[in-house]
Design a protein around this ligand. Structure first.
Ligand SMILES: [Mg+2]
Length: 180
């Protein structure tokens, strides 16, 4: 979807929640399997995304991870970052997303969702601010109104959070304690 920069900014100002795909967004999409067993999947997360998600929580936004896979390391990463909602095994994703919105009293217009692949397209079309990572599938980039310059797993989520905080005029206030 192609919107003017001003129209995208207007949508960014409405955002009160951030929902993120995990594989290919918070990670580079590669799945590392260790030989020990089915729950030994390894993922590498980027520390810049971690601080970005802390800032999102500081801003008072709801934050949720929405993934088609099930992995204990995602739950561990969410606990470390104080993210209360991990929606795992979600396939298709849209009904799970809509149920989460109802549970959290959130209108889809107030949600920024970031994804990277075909399964994310229905949500990217549904939310107020659909965002794709730089290396997302072209259908996901087409459905999004905002595309990061960084690929998944390399600070794309941080880039989205900074864009939203600047749009809402909250960057200076939230970052000041870190610079003091
Ligand atoms: Mg993905």
């Amino acid at each position: 979807m192609s919107l003017s920069e001003q129209a995208i900014l207007d949508r960014a100002r409405q955002v009160r929640a951030l929902v993120l795909d995990v594989d290919g967004v918070l990670t580079d999409g590669r799945l590392l399997y260790l030989p020990q067993g089915p729950d030994q999947e390894a993922k590498s997360f980027h520390c810049h995304d971690g601080l970005g998600l802390r800032l999102a929580r500081e801003a008072g936004w709801q934050v949720a991870l929405l993934t088609g896979r099930r992995s204990s390391v995602v739950e561990r990463r969410a606990r470390e970052l104080d993210i209360p909602d991990v929606l795992s095994g979600a396939f298709p994703k849209l009904p799970v997303f809509e149920a989460w919105c109802r549970r959290r009293g959130m209108d889809a217009d107030q949600v920024a969702y970031m994804g990277d692949d075909l399964v994310d397209v229905p949500i990217l079309r549904r939310v107020g601010l659909g965002a794709a990572v730089a290396d997302a599938h072209q259908e996901a980039r087409r459905a999004a109104i905002w595309v990061s310059s960084r690929p998944g797993g390399a600070g794309a989520v941080r880039e989205l959070v900074e864009y939203l905080l600047h749009a809402q005029g909250r960057w200076d206030e939230l970052v000041a304690p870190l610079l003091a």
